[in-house]
Design a protein around this ligand. Sequence first.
Ligand SMILES: Cc1ncc(COP(=O)(O)O)c(C=O)c1O
Length: 342
Amino acid sequence: MTGEIEIIYQNNLQTENIFTFYCSLFDRVIKWTVTVDGDLRHYTTLDGKAMTMLPFDDRDGFIWHDGEIISWRDAKLHVLSHGLHYGSSVFEGERAYNGKIFKMREHHERLIRSGELLGFKNPYSVAEIDEACKMVMEANNIVDGYLRPVAWRGSEMMAVSAQRSKIHVAIAAWEWPSYFSPEARLEGIRLDFAEWRRPDPATAPVNSKAAGLYMIATLSKHAAEEKGYNDALMLDYRGQIAEATGANVFLIQDGKIHTPTPDCFLDGITRRTVIGLAKEKGYDVIERAIMPEELAHTQEVFLTGTAVEVTPVREIGEYKFTPGEITKDLLLAYDELVRKPS
Ligand SMILES: Cc1ncc(COP(=O)(O)O)c(C=O)c1O
């Protein structure tokens, strides 16, 4: 198996050339003990799996770009691109399990809607983007993977106004191992409170998966990681609990499931899926405004997102939780749903 990981921090256990690392594969934090090989770009897990940390522009493969499959290394944009200078870019993050993209249609509808919220029309239809994603998976031989469609304004105009700029679309895909044991995940991750807040819907197009909105997410996640946390919990402009930097949040209080109303952050596709699963199982799911002080009487917390799936949380700032039965039930139900043979 080959994968790409980012090392967050290394613990103090170091014997000869064996280190224990805490790694994040996008948003999933996992602990791996590895033997180190050279400059850490390549290393091997103790069970013999070869791992690589090659940068994303230094890989082989194929990327779909404005209607064509091109070589991974040729998928470049000009430095004078509106998307880069002015943040006029939207993207998706999708996963394929057993060769099938989970909720593909919903992701591509959201991609197109995200662009519309930034004032641009995607030149490709939902069906065309569906097909393009399948082509990219096939070209790269992906069975369990991650897909990253992105749409951005091009180089025709280099000013705030970019009415006549061309809209470009690209889709990349790479391998993403399908499974980490529920036991390991049930250990839970640790979040800090972010200093940045999700903006008022009157301040930014908060329902768009727009690249610009991730500026505060990256700042918040970096600050949390520097303190040894896995991620950050963002409050909104009113001081209410909003979401993590790339995932939605759920709280369990006295057997009921509570989650913030998505009025200033993404109503995640995983969030909606998990709410559906919870309701099918007979749980009460309450969407409402939640203040951070309520964490004091919350028993379980978990995150949902395409990348993190259902990830238990064991700590948020000074508050501690024990991942329990409801979290486990939904984690397993989501795992079963996404990995179910088609
Ligand atoms: C900021 C943010 N919130 C929530 C989510 C969860 O959304 P989804 O479940 O559609 O992946 C994501 C992931 O895309 C995200 O980036």
